[in-house]
Design a protein around this ligand. Structure first.
Ligand code: TYM
Length: 324
């Protein structure tokens, strides 16, 4: 039985997706394509808060599209599109801006982090980022939103906005819920106190060739921290549980417990498993990128489907707020 439950999720078009994006979000929505009506988009408007080179925006947008498809998004089942091709995202975000207190946006962790990382460019888009995200989700009246842990605060804001809108203007939006995977937060390889991220240090990219995966993992920090914990090792083990065989997982878990573990062996096996897991992906991605017209066609068809739903919601919203 096809379900009518709606799922929405997106990935920013700034930088290639890494293992954190994959385990935290992408893997989940690929697995849910048969259970929900999925709307998956490339957040190219959100990318403008951090990149300004038009060439880079264009290339990275196409790359993320190829990544989604090569990972298994099926455009026959899932509506796959570019956020900027549906102007209603920005239109609804403006209306939401007018019911969102600035204070709520200023206390968002991501805003605080990003504004300290790019002091020279603390633009209003960074502050309003979660409002646009609420519009992305509510425009399609989504109930389920697979995201990593770092986006849960933004999702709470989307729920608050939905509640507030419904209260003032009458029931319009369902309250969307996050769908969290077990691998909530993959950590950075060089600084495992922090999450793996697209900016800053080297993330393990899905498209990295085997030698690059191996090189990055070899350098991964495994030292004990000030509290006596091993966040780097925990992070490697988290990845092994996702990509390793049952025997490999059991072996390293018991070696870890007996203190006989050799991190170099763990890293080597993990590198092999990750490289093998994404071998098919790397091949498909290359083929897709060699045919940008096909990619553009798929995104065009997706946008057409998304547009119908977006227009319907905007008509309703405009009527409710008194614009029609
Ligand atoms: P982005 O591209 O930064 O991240 C995409 C998804 O990956 C998750 N993620 C992680 N999960 C586990 N460990 C990590 N180290 C890690 N780093 C990132 C993020 O939580 C996210 O789910 N704001 C969104 C893009 C977006 C969106 C939306 C998502 C825009 N509008 C509407 C859902 C619904 C973002 O963080 O993208």
């Amino acid at each position: 039985m096809p379900t009518t439950k709606i799922l929405v999720s997106g990935v920013r078009a700034s930088g290639e997706p890494h293992i954190g994006n994959y385990l935290g979000a992408i893997k989940q929505f690929i697995a849910l394509q048969n259970q929900y009506r999925c709307h998956i988009f490339i957040a190219d408007l959100h990318a403008l808060t951090t990149i300004s080179d038009p060439k880079e925006v264009r290339v990275q947008t196409l790359e993320v599209a190829a990544d989604y498809l090569a990972l298994g998004i099926d455009p026959k089942k899932t509506t796959l599109f570019l956020q900027s091709q549906i102007p209603q995202h920005a239109e609804l975000a403006w209306i939401f801006n007018c019911i969102t207190p600035i204070g709520e946006l200023e206390r968002m962790t991501q805003f605080k982090e990003k504004s300290s990382q790019q002091k020279e460019n603390i633009n209003a888009g960074l502050l309003n980022y979660p409002v646009l995200m609420a519009a992305d989700i509510l425009l399609y009246k989504a109930e389920a939103v697979p995201v990593g842990e770092d986006q849960v605060q933004h999702l709470e804001l989307a729920r608050t906005i939905a509640r507030k809108f419904n209260k003032h203007f009458g029931k319009t939006f369902p309250e969307p819920k996050p769908l969290l995977s077990e691998a909530l937060r993959v950590k950075s390889l060089s600084n495992p106190e922090k999450k793996m991220s697209k900016t800053g240090d080297e993330a393990l990219l899905l498209s990295d060739p085997p030698e690059e995966i191996s090189r990055k993992l070899k350098k991964a920090v495994t030292a004990t921290d000030a509290k006596g914990a091993h966040p780097g090792v925990d992070n490697l083990m988290l990845m092994l549980r996702e990509f390793g065989s049952r025997e490999q997982i059991l072996r390293f878990e018991s070696e870890l417990e007996n203190n006989t573990i050799k991190y170099s062996e763990l890293k080597e096996i993990l590198a092999q498993r990750i490289a093998a897991h994404f071998a098919d992906f790397r091949k498909k991605r290359k083929e897709l990128l060699a045919s940008p017209e096909t990619l553009a066609d798929i995104l065009g068809e997706g946008a057409e489907k998304a547009r119908a739903a977006a227009e319907k919601t905007m008509r309703e919203v405009k009527e409710k707020v008194g614009l029609l």
